[in-house]
Design a protein around this ligand. Structure first.
Ligand code: TPW
Ligand code: MG
Length: 545
């Protein structure tokens, strides 16, 4: 078998369902191998950041590796930001980059797309991936591929594979899957016993679920764990959407002082907080990290469990959840779980101008009538607005917070799952990657896109109202949609928003863009509270005299 085919077969065997990419001369043989073998569908996009975001969303939705294939230098380095985001948010993306062949490397000339040295790119990606391989030797390539893909899945983080262009057709053996490393059952048992003893001794235990629960495909088992533990369950900000299909009673999403007060109380007043797969970040802890006594919390993350003053270093989340479940009997009489606050519904169909919350309400009405849709959200007020939307599957860069994610993520989501996504995106973020919608027609995707058009980098303006540089121009996004092969409509009132959403849902086969005109300075209630609490924490106390 040729190396290109062995690699593609290994990707499929490790759970990849498609390849997103943009070729270049160093990657032409690789892309030819992808196309000719027909093992995985190949979706080309327009700009490499979108390739990274689409592969990331595919990985997030399916809990399996996504694949982003690019050319050397100009292509791969364009993907640094999305891959850094995938690393931070633990999304298993396989980066495959073409590269110069052995003869070119030794020519003594500087090669096009070369930054500093020929290995600069490898070093850059070593910072933001958990394992790397340069496939320069056909004899060792199968083992290297197996190791890198196993680490991608084990750590749920991106990996990097560089394929010199003269290696694609080299003969090599098939890639065998690496065996799972053995578990330390005794350590796991001690850890599970200690966690349960802590929870039993706590007066107000609570469970917060974070992204790793999804990354390791543990939602059903964690929902069962929550049922048996009979604890209030919340998600982290980054974990918004988790357990939405499991029937577990999720009280809401924790966002500290900016979030729902009932959720904030449960978390901040808990004396036994079990954090499963939660990233301990500023955004996750809603600008009030200090209020949570982490010494009393139990934190399972990155394959280890930290509680009190000690660490169990070898406790992968899946094995830990199993060990906890083994020890917990079925509850005899289930305590009624605290009910989440209902999502706001029934948008007044009038001629009132729009505010972000209206968009959440309109979407809730739509989902009540037509069923839930998965959401891909960008960063900005649209993501805060998503907190008022019915609990549904959500992909969003809630921690790393890169703009430009929403639209390419929706394309990846639809390619990978066949589900029709709803996209929430600000005008600023749309300007970064919105053109990728032009690829929908070719690939048969038809997302519904809502552009929050406030002609502003409003989230930044909220922090610094005096700066004029946060003004954006007035672009006609609805007209742009038509130019890109979709349907676009501009709405400025609640009545027209509801009508446009109904029309969008009824129209299949073309992407639908709704440009929601928001008056300047009008923000979601959550963004307003978020900015206030960040200000409180970051403004120095006035000196007392
Ligand atoms: C890749 C910094 C965070 S929020 C924001 C910026 C520029 C404004 C977003 O404007 P948009 O949404 O999309 O119109 P809204 O609701 O605030 O009006 N570059 C990147 N990522 C980030 N996060 C920034 C800059 C930023
Ligand atoms: Mg904006």
């Amino acid at each position: 078998m040729q190396l290109g085919e062995a690699l593609t077969r290994a990707l499929a065997a490790h759970g990849a369902t498609e390849i997103f990419g943009i070729p270049g001369d160093f990657a032409l043989p690789l892309f030819k191998s992808f196309e000719d073998s027909g093992i995985l569908p190949l979706y080309t996009l327009s700009h490499e950041p979108a390739v990274g975001f689409a592969a990331d969303a595919s990985a997030r939705m399916r809990c399996r590796p996504g694949v982003a294939a690019v050319t050397y230098g100009a292509g791969a380095l364009n993907m640094v930001n999305p891959i850094a985001g995938a690393y931070a948010e633990k999304s298993p993306v396989v980066v495959i980059s073409g590269a110069p062949g052995a003869r070119e490397r030794g020519s003594g000339l500087s090669l096009h797309h070369q930054g500093r040295t020929l290995d600069s790119q490898l070093h850059v990606f070593a910072e933001i991936t958990c394992d790397q391989a340069q496939l320069t030797d056909a004899a060792t390539a199968p083992r290297a591929i197996a190791r890198v893909l196993a680490n991608c899945i084990r750590h749920s983080q991106p990996v990097y594979i560089e394929v010199p262009r003269d290696m694609v057709s080299a003969e090599c053996g098939a890639v065998a899957r690496e065996p799972e490393p053995p578990l330390d059952r005794e350590a796991l048992a001690a850890c599970a016993d200690e966690i349960l003893a802590r929870l039993a001794a706590a007066k107000s235990p609570a469970l917060m679920v974070g992204v790793e629960v999804r990354r390791y495909a543990l939602e059903a088992r964690v929902a069962e764990l929550a049922r048996r533990l009979q604890l209030p369950v919340v998600t982290s900000f980054m974990g918004r959407g988790l357990l939405s299909d499991s029937g577990a009673p999720v009280l809401g999403t924790y966002l500290g002082a900016a979030g729902a007060p009932a959720v904030t109380r449960v978390v901040e007043e808990s004396d036994g907080l079990l954090l499963l797969g939660v990233i301990l970040s500023d955004t996750n802890f809603g600008v009030s990290e200090k209020k949570i006594d982490l010494r009393r919390a139990i934190h399972a993350f990155d394959g280890r469990v930290t509680l009190g003053y000690h660490v169990y270093p070898d406790a992968p989340l899946a094995a830990l959840v199993d060990a906890l479940l083994e020890r917990l009997p079925q509850p005899t009489a289930a305590k009624p779980a605290a009910a989440p606050a209902p999502a706001p519904r029934r948008l007044a169909q009038d001629a009132q101008t729009l505010e972000p919350l209206d968009i959440a309400v309109a979407i809730n009405d739509l989902m009540a009538a037509h069923g839930r849709m998965p959401i891909a959200s960008d960063v900005g007020d649209c993501l805060f607005t998503a907190l008022d939307i019915e609990h549904t599957a959500l992909v969003a860069p809630g921690y790393y917070a890169t703009m430009g994610f929403g639209i390419p993520a929706a394309l990846g989501l639809q390619a990978a799952t066949g589900q029709r996504p709803l996209v929430l995106v600000g005008d600023g973020a749309f300007q970064m990657t919105g053109m990728e919608l032009g690829n929908c027609q070719r690939h048969g995707w038809d997302p519904i896109v809502i552009v929050f058009n406030n002609a502003s980098w409003e989230m930044l303006r909220a922090f610094q109202p005096e700066s004029r540089f946060n003004d954006l121009g007035h672009w006609n996004y609805a007209a742009l949609a038509r130019a890109l092969g979709g349907d676009g409509v501009r709405v400025a009132t609640r009545r027209s928003l509801a009508a446009a959403l109904a029309q969008a849902v009824a129209t299949r086969g073309r992407f639908q863009l709704i440009e929601a005109m928001l008056p300047a300075g009008v923000r979601s209630p959550t963004l307003t509270r978020f900015v206030e609490s960040v200000r409180r924490l970051t403004t120095p106390e006035p000196a007392t005299t």
